[in-house]
Design a protein around this ligand. Structure first.
Ligand code: LLP
Length: 373
């Protein structure tokens, strides 16, 4: 196998999926997988085989979900800019529901559904103005973000959608951000949602579906200590708040927490370069293979799995002609030489799926360890 490539531990993925199933089963919650985190067909098939639903944000993802075996009855479709063909594709595939993010979008879905002689389920994506305390570029639930309907506008949007004959308004959808490690953020979300539901109920408006989105973070610092995210604690928060809601089905759409830890980017050292003030380890992987450090200043653990020599300090960089092509600065790695294999950990989410061919590079391939499917 030529480096760089992604290596997926399918046994860890299975244990992660089972851990989620165990917790959601306790409370009767429905879990969807956010396909955007990793859409590799082998990964999708495995997740579908555990009975997960799918959360899609494009027509391409809807098609990939159906192809991988996700039940259309459990496919939801979100996103601020759904093109007409994407809406048609979703309706033709009889997905469970659209998460609608604006009034004009609701009107277009209604028109397309009417033309097809169908009535489709929608949830309104609400922007609850709850701070996710995460990186600004992956925060979605603040008033200043482009996502969802702001709270003050919600009653009029509900009124409008209820008058659209080809839409069936079944619920509300929330997603406030990603890589959330402080679980009290989810308490804040629940408090806001429950307050909102009580206000709406007082106005005679009730729903059968609430979707709390995704966002649970993973341990990028210590992947071997926390290979499986704290699902027990996470779902317990929601159970505390929602157990009083009768006749409401509760949905989640986790992405990162499902796949991050099972993926590793495997790369080879091309050169070790001694600068005046720094030593650089130059890899054959670049930000075209894993863009998270360049794009979000994200930390990924980096290990030299070849060398056993005492550690030295390096900047670990890629070959791309951009100064931002850096995987980590001042990292301690076992003394490193040309040809050593370097692993970049916790790369299963938003890694392979965000790869590009900038500089006309090849896309990374994938290998699967312990795959039983
Ligand atoms: N639902 C919706 C509507 C979303 O927008 C997202 C992620 C998810 C669910 C899944 O969130 P998760 O459980 O993965 O946090 N590329 C960035 C992350 C972008 C997240 C976008 N939306 C990164 O590499 O950190």
């Amino acid at each position: 196998m030529n480096t760089p490539y992604y290596k997926y531990d399918m046994e860890l993925l299975e244990r992660t999926l089972q851990a989620i199933k165990d917790e959601t089963a306790k409370y009767g919650f429905t879990e969807h997988y956010a396909i955007k985190a990793n859409a590799n067909p082998t990964i999708l098939k495995k997740i579908a085989s555990y009975g997960f639903g799918a959360d899609c944000v494009s027509g391409g993802e809807v098609l990939a979900a159906v192809k991988a075996g996700f039940n259309p009855d459990k496919i939801v479709f979100a996103g601020v800019g759904k093109a007409d063909w994407e809406i048609e594709t979703a309706i033709d595939n009889n997905i469970f529901c659209f998460n609608v993010e604006s009034l004009p979008e609701a009107d277009v879905i209604n028109q397309i559904a009417r033309a097809k002689g169908k009535r489709v389920n929608v949830e309104i994506r609400v922007n609850p103005n709850v701070d996710a305390h995460t990186h600004a570029k992956i925060t979605t639930g603040l008033n200043e973000n482009k996502f969802g309907i702001n709270l003050p506008l919600l009653p009029s949007v509900i009124e409008h959608i209820k008058n659209l004959n080809n839409l069936n308004l079944i619920g509300l959808h929330f997603h406030i951000g990603s890589q959330i490690t402080d679980l009290t953020v989810f308490d804040n979300l629940c408090n806001t949602v429950l307050g909102l539901l009580a206000d709406l109920k007082a106005q005679g408006i009730t729903f059968t579906n609430i979707n709390f989105g995704g966002g649970l973070g993973v341990d990028y610092q210590n992947p071997d200590v926390t290979p499986i995210p704290p699902f027990k604690e996470y779902f317990a928060v929601f159970s505390n708040y929602t157990k009083g809601l009768k006749g409401v089905s509760i949905h989640f759409e986790l992405g990162r927490a499902v796949v991050a830890q099972c993926g590793t980017l495997v790369s080879k050292v091309l050169y070790v370069k001694e600068g005046e003030s720094k030593k650089f380890v130059i890899l054959d992987a670049g930000f075209t293979d894993l863009i998270r450090p360049a794009m979000y200043d994200a930390y990924h653990k980096i290990e030299n799995i070849t060398s056993k020599e005492p550690a030295k300090k390096y900047d670990v960089v890629g070959p791309i002609c951009e100064s931002s092509d850096v995987f980590g600065k001042d990292r301690m790695l076992n003394a490193t030489h040309r040809g050593d294999i370097i692993e970049i950990r916790t790369a299963g989410a938003y890694g392979e799926v965000m790869a590009s061919q900038y500089n006309l590079r090849k896309l990374p391939e994938a290998v699967f360890a312990n795959n039983t499917l």
